[in-house]
Design a protein around this ligand. Structure first.
Ligand code: HEM
Ligand SMILES: *[C@@H]1O[C@H](CO)[C@@H](O)[C@H](O)[C@H]1NC(C)=O
Ligand SMILES: CC(=O)N[C@H]1CO[C@H](CO)[C@@H](O)[C@@H]1O
Length: 332
């Protein structure tokens, strides 16, 4: 009995050692800039060309593309699982409530098609999502030089579950403690949280994502006291109670240009979501908001790139894990 136990113990230890070695060598290599340099030298320029052609027709395409990368990374890591379609037996992330308003899948599909023609079975959908987000943001910032270098080498996951999206995507009604813990669980700190929230410089929101702040903040027909009263009144003219179709610009008058106006709005209590306002509840995130509201744009772009690279590493599959999907909406 005793020797059975010690055999079992040494077997377990041996297994652990093997896993450790695999994990630290070729089993799960880290992401790196230029992963496709040899296997598909044109990969990044093919993606950029695709994004640029859509952007030139419609600059509102950037916001949903950036948000896709965020949603991908926060559910099961940046593994392209946000792109998988539901099947008869599985309700996928795409079809979960927080994903109602996700968009931009057609750009990912177009990039994937072009990449499959150039180098079949080589570039992962998860990497396409990361590259597309960077290119779209760079275009929206009006820059020709990439705002950040994307590390690549992600592989695609094979699991996508609607309930996991519900459980893992932060809600716009969260306070700073909840937000910090959701980001913290992914290795992202309060600074990353405040910097990545700067993504709300672009795009639009449905009224129901903040309606409660306008009409029924604590269940007594009241307004969120942290929302500027004049702004609340303006938003009430656009969003009637129960409206689930109208959308408003995240930054009024400037929802397609990537800049620091979001931070200026938050300091003036005109952030659209409770989760935007929540950044003022904590010293570290508040300091970031105030400094970014005054910072040079180049400083924000730099910080945003640093935090995007950090977000892009969350829970990635590399090496021989996962797969390279042939069609981003379908598991192989
Ligand atoms: C901090 C926690 C966050 C919360 C609670 C949050 C919540 C939301 C909500 C509720 C919407 C509007 C959806 C709708 O009603 O149509 C939205 C839009 C958006 N979010 Fe966030 N978000 C967060 C962080 C992020 C991050 C980290 C990014 C990207 C790095 C991001 C990028 C965007 C973009 C670009 C839009 C506009 C989408 C569009 O116009 O289609 N968000 N977010
Ligand atoms: C995935 O679902 C979308 C929306 O329902 C559909 O348009 C698309 O054709 C589907 N893709 C595949 C490969 O089945
Ligand atoms: C566009 C889309 O996929 N919408 C879905 C979002 O989630 C709700 C609820 O799970 C579905 O009913 C929608 O079809």
């Amino acid at each position: 009995m005793e020797s059975f136990h010690s055999n079992l113990l040494s077997l377990t230890l041996a297994t652990l050692v093997v896993f450790f070695l695999l994990g630290s060598s070729n089993g799960h290599p880290p992401l790196k800039v230029g992963f496709y340099e040899k296997s598909c030298p044109g990969a990044e320029s093919i993606v950029l060309k695709t994004v640029a052609s859509y952007f030139s027709q419609d600059p509102t395409v950037t916001a949903p593309l950036l948000r896709l990368h965020f949603h991908d990374c926060f559910v099961r890591g940046c593994d392209g699982s946000v792109l998988i379609n539901s099947t008869k037996t599985n309700l996928a992330e795409k079809d979960a409530m927080p994903n109602k308003s996700l968009d931009g899948f057609y750009v990912i599909d177009a990039a994937k098609e072009a990449l499959e023609r150039a180098c079949p079975g080589t570039v992962s959908c998860a990497d396409i999502v990361a590259l597309v987000a960077r290119d779209a943001v760079t275009l929206a910032a009006g820059k020709s030089k990439n705002l950040w270098e994307v590390q690549t080498g992600r592989r695609d996951g094979v699991v996508s579950l609607a309930w996991e999206a519900l459980a893992n995507i932060p809600s716009p009604f969260e306070d700073i403690t909840q937000l910090k813990s959701q980001f913290g669980a992914r290795g992202l700190n309060a600074k990353d949280l405040a910097i990545l929230s700067g993504a709300h410089a672009i795009g639009r929101s449905h009224c129901n994502s903040f309606e409660k702040r306008l009409y029924d903040f604590t269940g007594k027909g009241d307004t969120d006291p942290t929302l500027d009263p004049a702004y609340a009144a303006e938003l009430r003219t656009k969003c009637k109670p129960g409206d689930v179709t109208t959308t408003v610009e995240m930054v009024p008058g400037s929802s397609t240009s990537f800049d620091t106006k979001y931070y200026d709005l938050v300091t003036r209590r005109r952030g659209l979501f409770h989760s935007d306002e929540a950044l003022l509840q904590d010293k570290e995130s508040r300091d970031v908001v105030y400094s970014q509201s005054k910072a040079a744009e180049s400083d924000f772009f730099y910080e945003f790139g640093v935090s995007m690279v950090r977000m892009g590493k969350v829970g990635v599959l590399t090496g021989s894990s996962g797969e390279i999907r042939r069609n981003c909406a379908l598991v192989n």
